[in-house]
Design a protein around this ligand. Sequence first.
Ligand SMILES: [Zn+2]
Length: 82
Amino acid sequence: MVDSSMFMIQHPSATCPGCESSLSYGTKEEASSWKVYYECNDGCGFNQMAGRVKLTDVDHQDEVHDRAREMGEQWTNRNEQK
Ligand SMILES: [Zn+2]
């Protein structure tokens, strides 16, 4: 779950599947990986763990944020077919 100690960063293009507001993401360090969470900026209740980044896969915390942002691509409208 997202908690108040997490530093949330607004995603540039991802939108909430529930209310279409913008989304923010945050990371949480665990023993061997970073958990990546996404949360609705409008507080509609959407929050979801998008995935994990293994500590062994990244050299620097900046890379964790890059990967976390990439995980949000699933909530952008870029690839939506209508
Ligand atoms: Zn929402």
